[in-house]
Design a protein around this ligand. Structure first.
Ligand code: SAH
Ligand code: SF4
Length: 315
């Protein structure tokens, strides 16, 4: 716009930035997973991932019979304060919160870059870099805008917040009753191991998380997801599986088992497939819904934090 006074231009630029982010790197996996590195105005970077959950299917005449399904994995912070011992994002420490605009921008750009129609429903998981509930106000502002019909019109039912378990914030979120889905990164069934993995567990222990989840308003058609990162010889035994069943008793829960994804310098190891399946079978035999997370994008920098790390190394 050239027909407005200079000081108004400056004010607009300061208060209403349009290009809050740009894509600086893309990695594409053979399974359709795409990992994006975003750079924000101050040069800080964070990742987002597009997961193709189902491919488009066509009949003999070329008519589309089944539509493709996308899930976007979105970052909420640059770095993270929680400092989990198994997580690469934790390594760089905490840098800053993302603004609501920077959270939304990741979704807008992912849609645009992949020519995904405006009215096409996508699923959003806040499982990228950062602890979403540690950036509570910006995250909930973003969720409201993303779900608003005048915003991106992506229902809150299609948005899942993954948290390492800040119990007080889970309760606060529950009271807002936004309709979002909840995923808890539980990873351990006793406080000693959980504190080793997630130091914050000292302040917000397993029991406090379970209590907060019990109060959380859950869509009756959905369940609370408990993520359980499986690490070889740490938490992959049947005794742990049994404790998990008891712990989740009375909660409408489903468990998602995640293979630990090793990275350089980490002392933990990936569990065997056999141990994963046995763990899953045990939970299923006790009537607890349990899936094993498909490791998508193994051939690119799979776990969050790894693309950012790689770009930094190259530099
Ligand atoms: N801070 C939030 C969301 C971001 S972490 C949380 O912790 O839930 C997103 C997911 O990545 C978490 O479930 C975490 O356990 C998982 N993750 C982190 N490092 C991993 C690794 N090395 N291998 C496999 N999963 C990992
Ligand atoms: Fe932060 Fe989640 Fe990584 Fe823990 S696992 S350091 S909470 S991003």
């Amino acid at each position: 716009m050239k027909n407005i006074p200079n000081n108004l231009k400056i004010e607009l630029e300061e208060k209403y930035p349009i290009d809050v982010a740009k894509i600086v790197q893309i990695e594409e996996s053979s399974d359709g997973t795409k990992k994006y590195l975003f750079e924000f105005k101050d040069g800080k970077t964070a990742e987002a991932v597009l997961l193709l959950m189902k491919d488009k299917q066509k009949d003999e005449d070329g008519n589309i019979t089944k539509s493709e399904k996308y899930t976007f994995c979105i970052s909420s912070q640059v770095g993270c304060k929680v400092g989990c011992s198994f997580c690469l994002t934790a390594r760089g420490g905490f840098v800053r919160d993302l603004s609501a605009g920077e959270i939304i921008a990741q979704i807008v750009y992912l849609k645009k870059q992949n020519n995904i129609a405006q009215n096409k429903a996508v699923n959003i998981v806040y499982m990228g870099m950062g602890e979403p509930l540690d950036n509570f106000d910006n995250l909930t502002d973003a969720i409201k805008i993303i779900s608003d019909l005048d915003g991106l019109a992506i229902s809150t039912r299609r948005q899942t917040i993954s948290t390492s378990g800040i119990s007080t914030k889970i309760e606060k979120l529950g009271k807002m009753d936004l309709g979002v889905q909840l995923a808890i990164s539980l990873h351990a069934v006793d406080d000693e191991l959980r504190t080793e993995l997630i130091p914050m567990n000292k302040a917000y222990n397993i029991n406090s998380i379970i209590e907060a989840v019990k109060k959380f308003p859950i869509d009756t058609r959905k369940k609370v997801m408990f993520e359980y990162l499986v690490i070889k010889d740490k938490n992959d035994d049947i005794k742990s599986a049994d404790k998990l069943v008891k712990l989740l008793n009375g909660i409408d829960a489903k468990v998602n088992l995640i293979f630990f994804n090793p990275f350089e310098g980490s002392s933990y190891e990936r569990p065997s497939k056999n141990a994963m399946i046995k763990f899953q079978e045990y939970l299923l035999s006790k009537g607890l819904l349990c899936t094993i997370r498909e490791s998508k994008g193994i051939d690119i920098s799979a776990a969050c934090g790894q693309l950012k790390e790689k770009v930094a190394e190259e530099k």
